[in-house]
Design a binder for this molecule. Structure first.
Ligand code: FDA
Length: 405
């Protein structure tokens, strides 16, 4: 058997977190091996942000991560997020001459392709003399307690190191390389993994329930969307998109991370408009058909489809009863509809749940009771909102770990 190559640290997964961690550790002078089973590096960065990578969010407040992160205890992320901020990543982006711009709600994107962020990370790894093997299947991981060393059996031969960083991400989009290796390794070493489910994902409905809305596929509009019990109801003001199978768009992706099976969504289809007042006023002054009137505030296709549901709404507004108009306004302001499920891992942007944060040290992401074993990025039970928060968690958790190796 060939003797194992020895390193100071081995990083599993050459995605956002793994590349960042390997680069920083290498630049600190450590001998680092970075392994990934996929043929191409950082596939999720490549497809992120519509190909322009929403690499961070300027509105992130590290003192209150629960504002933008979901998980059993999002406050766990505070230490790492405070030590590596969106501004720190902006400095790195600018050092590499990457032009960027801000979209709404603090979201920062590359002006050009997401490939620029991958190139940045690869250049930083090269500066740190990181040894990068890809594609490389990892067959087995074990721990030699006597020597405090992690032993890896890989298709490119054995390797060992006193530190093992697991950065294998979540379960979303298996066709570009997502696996449960990180969760399996956590369990192998006795760390609990919280329930895993798709997040930032389109929601679907029974075909029968959706039949009258399927014709609206492609219609998009700004809404206020909410779910959950009144006391802890989460709400987002974003765009909603009708699809053939259900609802998508930023509004639905955001709420999907808070939605649980069986819960109804509450959707205000004309936020900021007092439709009851508008319709009653119009009744006194206008002979327009109700659907045409509604088209002032809603896409015309949606207004038509909505009014088609009820004969009392298929007439000129001056001929409608107050009761029918008030009922219409109330339904549009609080459309209650219960999804039957989600589009699943195939379409989810992230994984909700992961390695239980109670089993990790928040300063450096090291497993409690298992020295030298670290979990960073999406494999951990810390999930960000849409808008650059997930990459910022990947960068920050990677830094916290790399500085401790
Ligand atoms: P990541 O998934 O990046 O990397 C994990 C690596 O581990 C992969 O390279 C994989 O091949 C490797 N791996 C997995 N199993 C392995 C195994 N068994 N053996 C070896 N290697 C293995 N976030 C954001 O902030 N802004 C955005 O714009 C977007 N956009 C976006 C779009 C789409 C379509 C998706 C799916 C996701 C996003 N995200 C996002 C989320 C973001 O991509 C995600 O949270 C980070 O990439 C997580 O970084 P990690 O390094 O933890 O995992």
């Amino acid at each position: 058997m060939t003797a194992a190559q020895r390193y100071d640290a081995i990083v599993l997964g050459a995605g956002a977190a793994g590349l960042m961690c390997a680069a920083v550790a290498g630049q600190r002078g450590l001998r680092v091996l970075l392994l990934d089973h996929a043929a191409r590096v950082a596939e999720k960065i490549r497809i992120s942000g519509g190909g322009r990578c929403n690499f961070t969010n300027r509105l992130l407040d590290a003192r209150a991560p629960q504002q933008h992160y979901v998980g059993t205890n999002p406050r766990f992320a505070r230490s790492a997020l405070a030590r590596y901020t969106p501004q720190d990543f902006i400095v790195l982006v600018e050092r590499h001459g990457i032009a960027w711009h801000e979209k709404h709600k603090g979201q920062l994107f590359c002006d050009g392709s997401a490939q620029a962020i991958i190139d940045l990370l690869l250049a930083e790894c090269a500066r740190g003399r990181v040894e990068h093997l890809q594609p490389c299947q990892i067959r087995k991981v074990s721990f030699d307690a006597a020597h405090g060393s992690y032993l890896l059996d890989t298709e490119r031969g054995p390797a060992e190191a006193p530190s093992l960083v697991v950065a294998t991400g979540g379960l979303s989009i298996p066709k570009i390389g997502a696996t449960d290796l990180g969760h399996r390794l956590a369990r192998q070493f006795g760390l609990p993994v919280t329930a895993l489910r798709p997040g930032l994902v389109p929601l679907t409905f029974d075909a029968q329930q959706w039949a009258s809305y399927a014709q609206l596929a492609g219609v998009s509009l700004p809404v206020r969307i909410a779910c959950g019990e009144k006391k802890q109801r989460m709400a987002f003001d974003e765009d909603l998109l009708f699809t053939h199978r259900g609802l998508s768009g930023p509004a639905v992706l955001q709420i999907s991370s808070y939605w649980h099976a069986g819960q109804a969504l509450h959707i205000d289809l004309a936020p900021g408009v007092d439709l009851a007042q508008e319709l009653l006023q119009a009744k006194a002054q206008s002979k327009k058909h109700i659907a045409n009137l509604l088209a002032q505030w809603l896409p015309a296709r949606l207004a038509d489809a909505w009014c088609a549901q009820e004969p009392a709404w298929q007439r000129p507004v001056n001929e409608a009863s107050d009761k029918a108009l008030l009922q219409l306004a109330a339904q549009l302001a609080d459309w209650r509809i219960t999804p039957s499920g989600t589009e699943g891992w195939r379409k989810a942007e992230v994984t909700l749940g992961g390695v239980d944060v109670q089993a990790l040290q928040q300063q450096d992401m090291q497993a409690r009771g298992q020295p030298g074993l670290y979990f960073i990025g999406e494999v951990v039970d810390v999930t960000g909102w849409l808008g650059g928060y997930n990459f910022q968690w990947a960068w920050a958790s990677a830094l916290a770990c790399a500085q401790a190796l």
